[in-house]
Design a protein around this ligand. Structure first.
Ligand SMILES: C[S@@+](CC[C@H](N)C(=O)[O-])C[C@H]1O[C@@H](n2cnc3c(N)ncnc32)[C@H](O)[C@@H]1O
Length: 437
């Protein structure tokens, strides 16, 4: 039997083996590595995993990452001198990804540090109240003195007294985001973000406004220094970029004329009802990528697997294309079982796979013959029904004309027995795979 990258058997169905949690195969392993560690965002996946997959790459590789997220794949490629184009539907993540991929000149780190010192000085004693985002129940996120100082820092970044060198304000915004989220009354103990309960060591601690201002301003200077110092760690040496677009139509999303990718390394959204918009809200509101709840829900509706705000009600009126659309023999039974528990959940799963199908069909058209694809996916469980995500991906790849489709089980995701993470490997046909497209 073939073995995969991590010594696990490669099969064409998912093996139920006894793998442990293997946290280095998640984003937790990225936090200390230069720009990868800037922000601890839930969408990220493991840099270690991407590097293992890139070991197979030669100098002529051109990688595609259709679900860029925090930019793990393009940054790993850029640091190794490998070309990569990435796509994401979220403009905040496109901004962050491109910032990580920027080749800064020597003076940038110094400029960031000295601007941070000046901004912090002013924020320690702000004269007037500055702009704050219209985030729902913002007082649950930060107490009043903390919020006041954050607003003053944000104001100092947005309104420089004189023009700054390219990238400096953006890097200061990353430092701001670190402080903003560290000082928020939220916890990341679970898969997604939640408000801390009183007594969880970070609830709303009484503090004088002057102390709060000093603490937050000092944290900002520290964060700016860390961001500045990280610029030299494994810096990008190849031109890579992230474009704003929809991976269900890659020909439209990607730059024309560059659409012959030799490898795909990605982690698409999982069908687990986790909303990236919900998770990323504080960053997106503070940096001006969102200004109201309606826009948040609409963006989540455009994203595959989104269910935040109005995305849920829009799902109510969504109609599946019809039976047989998803070429997996058990699919209709699975949807019936999940729908029996909750009709909307069945529809959610159905739409997720129709979206992934559109993505895989559009992928064929932008790949070079023989291109290798690696999809990191997780399965889900709804009520008593396990959703064999990896097997449905396998069926979708085979249906779209890909060959050598194999599943590798890489880690257990939670304490629940049935939840694993897998790599679905597939190869585009050696002949021009666009013949039938
Ligand atoms: C699991 S995350 C990607 C994680 C990424 N590999 C990383 O390390 O950060 C999935 C990403 O897909 C994006 N996404 C969802 N629907 C999309 C679509 N239709 N087109 C492009 N990107 C989409 C989400 O915004 C999210 O950033």
């Amino acid at each position: 039997m073939n073995t995969g990258l991590f010594g696990q058997p490669l099969t064409n169905t998912s093996p139920a083996n006894g793998l442990g949690r293997r946290d280095h195969l998640t984003f937790r392993g990225n936090v200390a590595i230069g720009r990868h560690g800037w922000l601890r965002l839930t969408p990220a996946y493991s840099l270690h995993l991407v590097r293992e997959l890139l070991k197979q790459s030669g100098p002529d590789e051109t990688v595609l990452e259709p679900f860029s997220g925090t930019g793990t794949t393009p940054l790993a490629c850029a640091s190794l001198g490998i070309r990569c184009d990435a796509v994401d539907i979220n403009p905040f993540l496109v901004w962050l990804g491109n910032l990580k991929l920027t080749r800064f000149d020597n003076g940038t780190a110094r400029a960031v540090k000295s601007a941070a010192g000046r901004i912090a000085e002013k924020a320690r004693n702000p004269r007037t109240a500055a702009w704050k985002p219209d985030l729902h129940q913002i007082e649950k996120w930060w107490d009043a003195p903390t919020l006041h100082t954050l607003a003053a820092l944000c104001d100092g970044i947005r309104k420089p007294p004189r023009e700054r060198a390219a990238g400096v304000s953006d890097l200061l915004s990353v430092a701001f985001c670190r402080v903003m989220i560290q000082s928020a009354n939220v916890s990341f103990g679970h898969q997604s973000m939640s408000f801390k309960k009183n007594g969880e060591g970070g609830g709303l601690v009484p503090e004088t406004p002057a102390h709060a201002a000093e603490r937050i301003a000092a944290a900002f200077v520290t964060a700016a220094n860390e961001v500045a110092d990280s610029l030299d760690v494994e810096p990008p040496t190849a031109d890579c970029r992230v474009v704003l677009g929809d991976s269900r139509d890659l020909s439209a999303a990607l730059p024309a004329g560059k659409q012959r990718y030799t490898a795909v390394i990605t982690s698409p959204p999982y069908p687990n009802r986790m909303s990236y918009i919900r998770e990323l809200r504080p960053y997106m509101y503070w940096l001006g990528y969102l200004s109201d709840g309606r826009a948040a829900g609409e963006l989540d509706w455009k994203a595959i697997g989104g269910t935040w705000g109005c995305a849920t009600s829009l799902l109510n009126s969504w109609k599946p294309s019809g039976p047989g659309e998803i070429p997996f023999p058990e699919f209709n039974r699975i949807i019936r079982e999940i729908s029996a528990g909750h009709m909307l959940l069945g529809r959610y799963v159905h739409k997720y796979f129709e979206d992934i199908k559109a993505h895989i069909v559009s992928l064929r058209k932008v790949l070079a013959p023989g291109a290798r694809c690696h999809y990191i996916v997780g399965n889900s469980k709804f009520y008593d029904t396990v959703l064999p995500v990896e097997d449905i991906y396998t069926a979708l790849f085979e249906d779209a004309g890909f060959v050598d489709v194999r599943v590798e089980t890489i880690r257990k995701r939670t304490s629940k027995k049935e939840l694993y993470e897998f790599i679905v490997h597939a190869r585009a046909l050696s002949r021009d795979c666009r013949v039938n497209g």
